[in-house]
Structures are given as structure tokens and as C-alpha cells.
Design a protein around this ligand. Structure first.
Ligand SMILES: *Cc1c(COP(=O)(O)O)cnc(C)c1O
Length: 223
């Protein structure tokens, strides 16, 4: 099988699992957007999925995203999901569909300086109280929303989490449930959670974006 066919088959396999998870949860599959996480993967892989009709892709590193986007169609909806240093915010402002990893005032400030139309962002929540991960504590969300309101160009569209990797699925699902309760009262919010190993649990708890890399592109090789 060609690499292109393999990628499209993987994508279709994930879509079938999304449909099944939605059915089990009594949800409509159209409520869940699959972001194909393409970090470390070549432009040709992204192009193959684009040609099959996929439009939502996720990248973690500003430089890598810029290097690839240059060679790809400009109607791709780019999702920035990586750690974002505030001095790199200027490259993303107005150029990506959604930034998932905002949790500092400095990031809001740097983005707003560069914006002449609204930029959608998600607030990253550290549901696992994990020192190795970014994000605010769930209890800090209300205060952060007040801070974000100082920057009207930056539009809070929802919340995102990356739970700790080494926990049993029941614990992970508990983190997703925390996200669900944080989103209560915000029916229009995007809730970005769930990756290769846990996206079905995320869908069960109300995820509206799942971010899947390995199950579509295969394992990553970091140099
Ligand atoms: C890499 C990454 C993913 C994709 O992870 P997989 O386990 O390969 O599906 C999702 N979200 C974030 C924030 C990532 O950094």
C-alpha cells in the first residue's frame, strides 16, 4: 500500500471510531472535529490527507509550522497546540485557525498587539496538576477569563487539556470530566481533549475537538 493510501485508511479508521464513540455517548459525530497532529511529519503526509478532504491539522512548533505551511494550501485550518513562548506569539496572530495553548497574560498581550481582527484561542487547563505540563489550575479559570477580557482582540473560544500520560484511563477520564464541568454554562465553547490513547473517553465527556497524531501518522521520530 502506498503511504498516501495508508494515511487515508488510518484517517478513515479514526473517523469510524469517532462515530462509534459518539453513538455510545448519544452525540452527533458532527459535534467532534478531528485535528490531525502532524508534528515531525512531512508536508507530503499532510498534502495526502488534504487531498482526501481533510482540513484540520495541528502543529507544536512555530518554526516547523511556518516551514510546512509555506508549501501547503492556504485553506488548511491550522491548530497550534504546542508550548508557546510569548515572543513567538507574533508569528501565529491572525495566521492560524485556533491556538490551543494559552494560559499566561503575557501571551494574551503579545497576541493582541499584533491583531486587527479577533484571534480565537483556548485556555489550557492543567487538570492533572502535573508540574511538567503548562496550563492554569481549574480553580484559576474564572480569574483568567477576567484577564483575557482586557484583550478584546483575543477571543476565548473554549478550553484545552493534556492529561498526564502515565495514568490509568479511569483517572484520565476524571480529568476530562473536570473539563466538562468547567465548560458548563458555556454551551458554545470548544473543548479540546483526547489523543491517540484516550480520545474515546474524551468524546464520552464532551470533547468537541480531539487531537490525534500517532494513530494517523504512525510513531514519531525525534532527533
Ligand atoms: C503530539 C500531541 C498530540 C497527539 O498525540 P498522539 O498521542 O500522537 O495522538 C495531541 N495533543 C498535543 C498537545 C500534542 O502535543
Amino acid at each position: 500500500m502506498s503511504r498516501e493510501d495508508e494515511l487515508v485508511q488510518n484517517l478513515e479508521g479514526i473517523q469510524a471510531r469517532i462515530n462509534a464513540a459518539c453513538e455510545a455517548a448519544g452525540r452527533d459525530p458532527s459535534e467532534v472535529t478531528l485535528v490531525a497532529v502532524s508534528k515531525t511529519k512531512p508536508v507530503a503526509d499532510i498534502q495526502a490527507l488534504y487531498d482526501a478532504g481533510h482540513r484540520d491539522f495541528g502543529e507544536n512548533y512555530v518554526q516547523e509550522w511556518q516551514d510546512k505551511a509555506e508549501f501547503l494550501p492556504n485553506d488548511i485550518r491550522w491548530h497550534f497546540i504546542g508550548v508557546l513562548q510569548s515572543n513567538k506569539c507574533k508569528y501565529l496572530a491572525g495566521n492560524v485557525h485556533l491556538i490551543h495553548s494559552i494560559y499566561r497574560r503575557k501571551q494574551l498581550k503579545e497576541l493582541s498587539k499584533r491583531l486587527d481582527e479577533p484571534q480565537k484561542i483556548l485556555v489550557q487547563i492543567n487538570t492533572g496538576n502535573d508540574l511538567a505540563k503548562g496550563g492554569i489550575e481549574p480553580e484559576e479559570l474564572e480569574e483568567f477569563l477576567e484577564t483575557a477580557a482586557e484583550f478584546p482582540e483575543v477571543q476565548v473560544a473554549g478550553i484545552m487539556t493534556i492529561p498526564p500520560f502515565d495514568e490509568p484511563i479511569e483517572t484520565t477520564q476524571g480529568h476530562f470530566r473536570t473539563m466538562k464541568s468547567l465548560a458548563q454554562g458555556h454551551p458554545d465553547w470548544t473543548v479540546s481533549m483526547g489523543m491517540t490513547s484516550d480520545f474515546e473517553a474524551a468524546i464520552a465527556e464532551g470533547a468537541t475537538i480531539i487531537r490525534v497524531g500517532t494513530a494517523i501518522f504512525g510513531a514519531r521520530n525525534y532527533q
